[in-house]
Design a protein around this ligand. Sequence first.
Ligand code: G6P
Length: 612
Amino acid sequence: MCGIIGYIGNKKAEPILINGLLRLEYRGYDSAGISTIEKNGLKTIKNKGRVSELEKVSGINDLTGTIGIGHTRWATHGKPSSTNSHPHMDNSKKFAVVHNGIIENYADLKDFLKSQNYTFLSETDTEVIPNLIHYYYQTSKNTGSKKLLEAVSNTIKMLKGSYALEILCSDFPDNMIVVRKDSPLVIGKGLNENYISSDIPAILSFTKDFYLLNDNELAFISRDSIEFYDSNLNKIEKIPQNITWNAGAAEKNGYPDFMLKEINEQPMAIRETIGSRITSNSKSIIPDLDGLNKSYLSSINKISIVACGTAMHAGLAGKTLFETLCEIPVEVEAASEFRYRNPLINEKTLCIFISQSGETADTIAALKLAKSKGSKTLAISNVIGSSISREADFTIYTHAGPEIAVASTKAYTSQIVLLAIIAINFAEKLNLNKEKLEELKKDILLLPSQLEEILGNIQNIKNFAQKIYKEKDIFFIGRGIDYTVALEGSLKLKEISYIHSEAYPSGELKHGPIALIENDVTVISILTNRLLVEKSISNIQEVVTRGAKTFIVTNQELNHKFDEVIQIPKTNTLISPVLSIVPLQLLSYYISKEKGLDVDKPRNLAKSVTVE
Ligand code: G6P
């Protein structure tokens, strides 16, 4: 939530900051603002609303400074307004700060600063930061950059919560300080220029060399150098990481929206995620998992999969995979619940954390909790060097490329494929289910071309979207692994079309929701398990009898007539969500388009939930 961007170099900063903010807007779009260092000091322009509104503010094009910071906001403390927008300044207007995160003890800090005669303009938690920096700067006995570094270091020692901060000081017109804790921030290294951002894709067109900061490490940035310090201001060395994503991956490449592009990138995302990890007729090769060997896997009594949102739905598919192939019991839980309920895990539990961004606050906190209880931790992330990958004992990456649309699509299918590959790897180590594994590997390798087949035939989905886009309630049903897809399909629909929807296990219909089925209500059903077809058809007939319209995604031959049947290729039930979710992603997408909504940036949501 919230995106921050920074530039320090020889070019005019303003267009670079605006461009970066547009790319980071998926993280929040309640307000936007920038500060640059001009010849006559710091200049800040900020505005309520989207970055496109900020671009219209008079005078913004007149900024000529070559150092600047920017922010796009997802409001937490204080309603969306110009005053609450970032950057925030201290009372003396010497410091400008942008912040992503939450300062939990801001009220106490505000009281302290008020007692020192500081005044506040906004309702935000952030405004205490520039004022605290000013407070420590004034009282510092140091000189030069040490004085500024000391003031920032003393300030962050007072902060409780999460933060990625960019700080400008008018006494240092050629520098910027950045620091982070539990919120993402990357530094892109250029030639005589440096870029700062909440994520890599926003600055990928400028550089592929990135520095990553650990919690409470500071960077003192100039045009041609970056000094790194630990929290006690000891100098540290860092080596930049080279990122292999190409810049085009962060562009729409001719698609009207990122979501449609990302849906269509699924064949490629799956191919890349499979990579050379599995081939048919030979054992999986996953060096990242060598540490989880046979003796360890034989000793564990449970796997806990913990994640949020769509990643948790991928985890539900993972449960069936691990239980079927590895014969180990699996629990799946929302990170926000797991972290506060004292879960029964110990050194015999393997905890798997799934997070596309690797920055979701609840997932990171849950991971820390699992470590504190002695469990081994395995992270699944799409972002190299992300926070969860740095915290976990083991990390394995999906290679889906940057996912920018708020509603997750290719990350979900890549996560399920990776879970399947991990389950195969574990089962091989445990010498279990040899034949099943061979069949499953073959089926996994077919997924990319099967996805291409589904994506090449979407007209009926578009037509059905046109029929139902005005509806108020839509139901999703399925059994077993199809139920997990129903949950994800329902989430997609809610997120981007704002239609109320619920997902139920088909067998639960009669325990309540069928009371809501009346003439013309749409029921969407997923039907991919041969063994459960007849039972599921009976459930669908029950809603048809009560007047429901039916949209069915299936890989089975159905001898009954329904309003719309989308046939998908046959595959192993264990990985069927990778195919059966795609028509539902597309249905939500086209419903949202019919309604004229902003598909990539649905209201109130943000891609990366870096606050609780
Ligand atoms: C937000 C996003 C979802 C995502 C979830 C978890 O809610 O809108 O698309 O599934 O966070 O994100 P993560 O990055 O941890 O997978």
